[in-house]
Design a binder for this molecule. Sequence first.
Ligand SMILES: Cc1ncc(COP(=O)(O)O)c(C=O)c1O
Length: 469
Amino acid sequence: MPTSSWQPDTPLYLQLYQRYRDAITAGRLRPGERVPSIRNLASELHVARGTVEMAYQMLVSEGYIVTKGAAGTRVSPQLATLPNAGNPLQQRRTSAAQPYQTRLVRNILPFQPGVPALDAFPRKIWSRLSGQTLRMIESSMMNQPDPAGYAPLREAIATYLGISRGIACTQEQVFITIGYQGALELLCRTVLRTGDRGWYENPGYFPGRDFLQQMGMELTPVPVDKEGLQVATGEQLAPNARFAVVTPSHQSPTGVALSLPRRLALLAWANQKDAWIIEDDYDSEFRYHGHPLPALKSLDHEQRVLYTGTFSKVLFPGLRLAYLVVPPSLQLTFHEAVNHWPGPGSILPQAMVAAFMQQGHFARHLRKMRQLYAVRRGYLVEALESIFGPSLHIQPQAGGIQVMAYLNEQQSDKALVMAAQAQGLGVKALSEWDAGIPQQNGLLMGFTNFTCAEEAQAAVKRLAALLAT
Ligand SMILES: Cc1ncc(COP(=O)(O)O)c(C=O)c1O
């Protein structure tokens, strides 16, 4: 382990934990290999024993290392027994063939969160629209496209947001991006600067957190409770932050909605500090009880909210189409900025989505999916309740396309998820969404692709069998 380059802002135990975890997942430390004793490592690195102890405790609780009395501490030999398929540890170890880490998942696995019901996607309509789009392509569309995105799609999005999300905007305020990260990148090139501090929900959507950190942002994790982001804590921890990233409709991953008092407090803080609120409205379209909540942006009278939405959950993630809505006062800045960037890619998928929306298919598809997801969500919740009983606490959620269930404190969600993934189950560990020491163990489970109650029952039984071992 290199002793140099400790980062001043991250606690030492966390850095040490991360270094070991990375070395194990990259295959530099192999299953069964011995790691130094706490005393030796502490003296080698000139850190307190308690620091190493904390890092080792985290590694043990997540199943990376095991302590065996006189036999010392070793990388868990169990990691070697996981089959190659679905096992990120082994895939990374064959580093000559695959030298990078990838989030790519080829097959839809049972429980996989974040993907819509692919069997219910209106393929016939989509293929008809693709033919139409190609046949009717105008010469203006074949020229260099507008880097802000295809204008009819921006128009359709502005109309949809006005009706469905209570957001009054024009197409000039809408920018098409390559996924949500494309929207974040555009923000980093415009209103945010390297070194800017921002609040980030904790637990929170880790791909967004990683991306912003890579872009040089300094993030303060702000805890989330049953009313969503704890605004008052954010004000204590980083009162002068320049931005806050929030998922107000359906917090990622806990699923809670940001309460109205917190919404108002967040807007008041942003107004007072001239800070930006980045609203990630990624799956608000799906709500099964009560009325859909209007977007935070709809309350934004002082124009502090930068709103993002995506087609990943309502159509499919492979489209890579998302959008950003900026206040009128920033329109010009953003139009100038996009003139110097590659834009959202080919015009063809944008034209197809525009036609899908303009011809009324989008509204019909959403209506159909809401009904279907209410049924499929029921399959999963019933299976979990009947098979696990009270040992699993299911977070009541009014919307979204996944279910969160909490494990008791002794159960490590990461170890369970590793075992589940080795069995071809796509559950995710709540602790992965946590920026520091995970506060709670839980499982995040998608239900959209369970086509009948029996499928959900069979998958839940396989999961329960792992928990019993
Ligand atoms: C919280 C959250 N935000 C945004 C996104 C959308 O990402 P993208 O548009 O890049 O697919 C997702 C997708 O999983 C998400 O979970």
